[in-house]
Design a protein around this ligand. Structure first.
Ligand SMILES: N[C@@H](CCC(=O)N[C@@H](CS)C(=O)NCC(=O)O)C(=O)O
Length: 220
């Protein structure tokens, strides 16, 4: 059976987790404790960059969440999560890349801002630009790929619950607020949503990593 190395609080792993559930693929979950297990030789032999998610399917090992999602789609085409029409396909990939490159990268700043009395206007403005872009891509459709769920929804939709919890208000972006309600009602999102206690633990743990990295940089 396919092995899925992940952590329930990782928004990047969650894209794949939701994909497995939406496609009804059986899998064996392996939780990687990110307080150090990712640096152990056994895990580094799967991913030398010490990142989750990783999928092992028979002899095949796949890292990088977007590559894993493409693999799952090709191997299990039903229900389809990649639109066939060229413009819809390009839109899907843009939303995935903007989520990864423009929004996920802002999580550390957002997290630090949530504990600070000073509002981090630059980070919030950057996120608002991302959400405006998403609104434009969504248009009047229920999902980014049109009437049906696509990998764009999985990728953006695994991150948004986190940025909302970190203080981003979707009120200014009505199409995204409506889309957010729609995806959060799906069984696969409900099943993968961390509770408040887990979220607070995640916040503490990531803040610690950020502070440690800053100290290491200052010393170098
Ligand atoms: N580009 C990778 C990024 C994966 C990633 O950054 N994962 C984080 C969790 S959200 C991680 O494993 N962090 C542990 C570490 O950096 O040691 C992907 O899309 O799979």
């Amino acid at each position: 059976m396919l092995k899925f190395y992940h952590h329930p609080l990782s928004p990047i792993s969650r894209r794949v987790w939701i994909g497995l559930l939406e496609k009804g693929i059986s899998f064996e979950p392996v939780i990687v404790n990110l307080k150090g297990e990712q640096f152990e030789p056994e895990f580094l032999s799967l991913n030398p960059f010490h990142h989750i998610p990783v999928v092992v399917d028979g002899e095949l090992r796949i890292l990088e969440s977007l590559a894993i999602l493409d693999y799952l789609e090709t191997k299990h085409p039903s229900p389809p999560l990649i639109p066939k029409e060229p413009a819809a396909m390009a839109k899907m990939r843009m939303v995935q890349m903007v989520t990864s490159n423009e929004l996920t990268t802002k999580i550390p700043a957002l997290l630090m801002a949530s504990d600070s009395p000073e509002p981090d206007r630059i980070t919030f403005r950057h996120i608002a630009t991302g959400l405006d872009f998403f609104s434009e891509q969504l248009g009047d459709s229920p999902y980014f790929g049109g009437d049906n769920l696509s990998l764009a929804d999985l990728t953006a939709g695994a991150l948004l619950p986190l940025i909302v919890r970190l203080g981003v208000d979707l009120k200014e972006h009505p199409p995204i607020a409506a889309w957010y309600k729609r995806i959060m009602a799906r069984e696969s999102w409900q099943q993968t949503e961390p509770d408040d206690e887990a979220f607070e633990a995640w916040k503490k743990w990531v803040s610690l990593i950020i502070k440690r990295r800053r100290q290491q940089k200052a010393r170098a």
